[in-house]
Write a protein that binds this ligand. Sequence first.
Ligand code: ADP
Length: 910
Amino acid sequence: MMKQYEEAKAACGEALLLFRMGDFYELFHQDAQDAAQLLGLTLTSRDKGENPVPMAGFPHHQLESYLGKLIRLGRRVAICEQVEDPKKAVGIVKREVTRVVSPGTVTDDSLLDPRESNYLLSVVRPSPARPPHDEFSLTHDPACQPVGMAWVDLSTGSFEAAMLTESRLPDELARIAPVEILLPDSVQIPKLLTQAVTTRRPDWTFSTKLAQERLTQQFGTQTLEGFGFTSNDQLAVRAAGAILEYLRDTQRTALHHIDRIVPYRTGCSLELDESSRRSLEIQRSLHDGQRDGTLLSVLDCTVTAMGSRLLSQWLASPLTNIAQIRDRLDAVESLVRNPSQADKLRRSLRETYDLQRLLARVATGRAMPRDLAFIGQTLQKLPELRQTLASLTAPLLRRLHAEIDLCSDVADDLRQSLADECPHTLQEGGVIRLGYDARLDELRELAAGGKRWIAEYQARQVRESGIPSLKVGYNKVFGYFIEITNAQRDRVPDHFIRRQTLKNAERYVTEELKEYEEKVLAADQQAKEREYELFTALRERIQSATRRMQHTASMLAQLDVFAGFADLARRRDYCRPEPLTEPTIEIADGRHPVLDLREADGTFVPNDTLMHLPDAVILLITGPNMAGKSTYIRQVALLTLMMQVGSFVPARSARIGVADRIFARVGAGDRLAHGQSTFMVEMTEAARILNGATAASLVILDEIGRGTSTYDGVSLAWAIVEYLHNQIGCRTLFATHYHELTDLEQSLHGVTNLNVLVKEWEETIAFLHKIAAGAADKSYGIHVARLAGVPRPVQLRAQEILQQLEESHARHAHYPAGGNEPADSLAPAGELRVDVGAADAPLLRPHLRTRPRVRRSSDLQLTLFAPYDHPLLDELRSLNVAALGPEAAVQLLRSWQQQLQQEREESRLR
Ligand code: ADP
């Protein structure tokens, strides 16, 4: 048997092998040690002699839960089953690896999140490097190298492939979020920023020849042109072939539900790079990578798993085509305006099941009777769904109406054949409805009648033998028997044949009883076989209609997303946004979708946004930390994204120019673990934005330049804004606490200063979260430190240092090159407070410039870390030492000392 084990183990590579032995799954050697640690199993040993073999195991009925744990830990698991009946086996029972399960090949319902797609992805690069004398290969930028990629969701059958450039790989991986990635053995891949498990596969499984073979086999076509692939898509096709080969290796079953492959073309949807996707917390929160607190969690008001998965896909690839956006908005509006129909649709949808995953189980031959019953129940809901849809007029809803195939033939078939209370599995019987098949009914009657016969037989034997306690019973080992207690042993008739002796009784059989037993058991067995036959035939009929039902399933998913959008829009009072071709943003009373829901009702402060060419393309938002800058700029990006997905938005009104890309650089990022410094990450992201943004993009930048010395930081931030303004001209929201940047408003037409209002009284401040025109007057850093609970002595000392700095800086101010400082800027800092708490401060009227610029106290925070020149140093620099006599020198030194002592005295008195 261990030889059998070794063979199975050799065939399944590094996967943990679960080896079925009787009622247990056992693991041996290193697998046993790993499993003991991962699953908390007890480690024992098989051969206690000289070479003990480590062993661990668990009862077979716990397979699902242990399998789930191992997969979640990113392990691959091979399952080796007994493939013949141990009773009938001659010698050792035959065993075979029946499937290999990995994160990307899970199909078990209990191991999948119903709301998430489960993608297995493969990546392939061009074949070995060109010879070095090839000039092209020497000069070619590796970032522009082509890459082929394909991804499949085995649990639904969706299969796509794409050609990309190397540089887009991380963004596409972030968009698709696969759980497992297949890579050729020989390829060196830089660390990919994904949570996915990497599976190495032999190079030949990525070859063109194999791909052609597998793909044509799978789809029954000679070429893939019919699916929209061309000769330029070689690498994509190779990646797809590698996936099919892997599935063939691991699944060992037909995969009829993968019946097409769709070419994915980059550039057809709104592009979001990996870090922008993270920063905006679209599907995963920055804090713990979960759904909570994300845009998805707000938007997902779907009532089916299919709708939920589709919404995730839409959020991963928002639209850029204005007509398509309008179509979706029309559908949502139609449902918002017809709440009773919308509610009715949602009620019906709630009663449907996950048709996509059910059909995938049918196609892989793993569907259980209950699965077919669920398909039947879902199909039965279609007529009423379609009828409700009939009265809605939006073009997309009309299309859904037309394309929902009722599949009434399949529905009728299922209704007629399956029992009402259909059991989960086949073992118990009772799957096929009574009256469906005459032969089955006959066998069932015989089996049931046989049982009745036993009761009658018992009564007859009691009568004839005169033993009232005589009983007819049944057990698995001896079959039917007659049991007579020892007290009545003398009265046992002669034709009873003794079978078994118990403590207080004897068990007998008779010829008549044996005959009947055979008949009954045979009928029972035949009924089960007949039922199995009927069930598999039914499953095959359902399978042949898979494609039609898959299409209907995708219509239901869309309907669910629209109805969810409409429900959210009504509940939260969202408005229909107007998508525009020009890069304008006009939002009245916009709210951040996540905070709006999270904060107590009515406490989120709505804000306006006004961006348009040529006056207000770049909004510079200043204000203290915690004022709401970052919330505001994210809000604008999220509303734009929501519109491009087809959702209404949390605002009173919104007109938004469709963006081709959204870039978001928010916060310092958390990639230190990946070996990059905060500043390096920040600058890499800035570089991506500056190289990738177009005039149609939307850029939000939060506190750029923070990770370096202050002068460096301001200069970089300054130059970045200038570049965005002069070279790209895209809509940009820039939140910063570098007040120096607000000077840009003067030199760059198109830059508008905004600030977040703060109310100050006595020693404390209140954040009003209201965006107003103009630059903030100070940064309130020390106030915020107080709110955060920094000890009082630190606050006081900071106050003292700030005052010193303000004073000396007011005397010797420096401005970044290009800052055309007005003459009044040297006014003493203390006189410059502006009451920003005034409720009637001018809101968002970019033409209203709050000039002249005044010197702000907060500018001086700059000098904390920057070299500061004392005036004496200038004197020293220009001093002609050679011409200075000893006495004059001593006098000069004394006067300098006095001056410094006096300065210190003055600052102490303050
Ligand atoms: P900043 O970027 O200026 O440091 P944030 O945008 O992070 O500030 O906002 C800080 C906190 O203020 C948020 O977590 C939120 O609780 C609150 N906040 C921000 N904007 C608003 C608003 N418009 N209405 C109500 N609360 C807000």
